[in-house]
Design a protein around this ligand. Structure first.
Ligand SMILES: Cc1ncc(COP(=O)(O)O)c(C=O)c1O
Length: 382
């Protein structure tokens, strides 16, 4: 297998992939309506289900599209005229509100701070005081904006008490942080191929109980491509996606799943956590702070307060790292200046150490910390 130039992606996905995942896309051409390809998708679907639920009762509905497609599919397919509460404590909670708005859903935005746990009493009160009965509640498991991990087990318990279907965007937690859909009372869960699964972008999916999916048949149809029931039913009957699937991305996803099974989800998370601890120790040594306290932190992505220093420019820092084949990510928090470092994908704490050495040089060059004078190059990448 020929080695492919390695980039260290510290953005929150698409993440760094192995060469074996990259090469697995180079396959003979195939018509995706052939049974051989259908069986590959059935394998992918069952293995994804197994990561969060019992495949005898739950299934994974695959879509061609980025993660937002799966989130949009859940909200626009599962919700009918009842009230939906959407927890907004970051950019992806806000995005769910925007989707609800676009479809004209009856929803209530439950705002919560981006750096603190959801107030469960206030949430339950919002449910109880809603004029219309609440039928659904939507929450992001891991807010990629900050690294905040929402307690979906506790929120699921509240939903269970009030007979509410819980919709979870688990885009950036799935395949690293354990999720048990039944025990957590999750009715619909969305994720995608290119974050902790370490596959290529282009496939997103919804995991749901088969019984619940069957019931969607009776709901008012307000979407077409993203119709969850139609996609589920067509695949069950034909072993095909309704429309052209991203063929090569699915081959890569199969390889990525096999590599996840080899590593084991618990060991993958341990690897990620070791990288995170290396990052946090390095940041505090360099005088930088991060936004979300460790107690609520996913340890997968970290929003870091930008250095308070006249010489700082995110763009220059980005270009400097980019020249060294490392990609960093801007912040997404309104009102607080942050940049973000993710430690997911096929990287280890050694890559984070490399990042920290370079970060120290950058911080010295702008006068944020003292050190032997260095000249850094932010010019064009060769
Ligand atoms: C929590 C969460 N939800 C949704 C998305 C949207 O995914 P995509 O950009 O693949 O549409 C992301 C992407 O980072 C995410 O982190």
């Amino acid at each position: 297998m020929r080695a492919i130039k390695r980039m260290i992606l510290l953005n929150p996905g698409p993440a760094t992939t192995t060469d074996s995942v990259k090469w697995s896309q180079v396959v003979p051409d195939i018509c995706p309506r052939e049974t051989e390809f259908g069986l590959l998708m059935a394998y992918v679907s069952e293995e994804l289900t197994r990561l969060a639920a019992d495949p005898n009762h739950y299934t994974t509905v695959l879509f061609g599209g980025s993660g937002t497609a799966a989130v949009e599919s859940m909200l626009s397919s599962a919700v009918d005229n009842g009230m939906t509460i959407i927890i907004n404590n970051g950019a992806y909670g806000k995005r769910m509100c925007e989707i609800a708005e676009a479809y004209g859903l009856n929803y209530l935005e439950f705002k919560s701070p981006p750096d603190d746990a959801v107030d469960l009493n206030a949430l339950e009160q919002a449910i109880q005081s809603s004029e219309q009965p609440v039928s659904h509640l939507a929450v992001v498991h891991h807010e990629t904006t900050t690294g905040l991990l929402n307690d979906i087990k506790a929120i699921g318990d509240i939903c269970w008490r009030h007979q509410i279907d819980m919709i979870v965007d688990a885009m950036s937690s799935f395949a690293a942080i354990p999720i048990q859909m039944k025990e957590m009372n999750i009715s619909y869960l969305a994720s995608s191929s290119n974050k902790n699964l370490q596959g290529m972008p282009g496939v997103s999916f919804v995991i749901a109980e088969k019984r619940k999916l069957e019931l969607l048949k009776h709901k008012k149809q307000r979407n077409y491509y993203l119709n969850l029931f139609a996609q589920y039913q067509y695949f069950s009957e034909h072993l095909q996606m309704r429309f052209t699937p991203p063929v090569q991305t699915l081959y890569a996803l199969k390889q990525a799943i096999d590599e996840l099974k080899q590593e084991g989800m618990a060991r993958r998370y341990e690897r990620y956590v070791k990288s995170w601890e290396t990052l946090i120790n390095g940041l505090s040594r360099l005088g930088l702070t991060y936004i979300v306290p460790e107690l609520y932190h996913s340890k997968l992505i970290t929003a870091i307060a930008e250095p308070d220093c006249a010489g700082y420019s995110f763009q220059e820092m980005h270009d400097y790292f980019y020249k060294q084949d490392i990609m960093i990510y801007p912040g997404k928090l309104s009102g607080l200046n942050t940049f973000r470092i993710a430690n997911i994908g096929d990287i280890t704490y050694k890559d984070i150490e490399t990042f920290l050495v370079l970060l120290e040089r950058y911080l010295i060059s702008i006068g944020f910390i003292r050190g032997e004078e260095v000249n850094i190059d932010v010019g064009d990448k060769k």
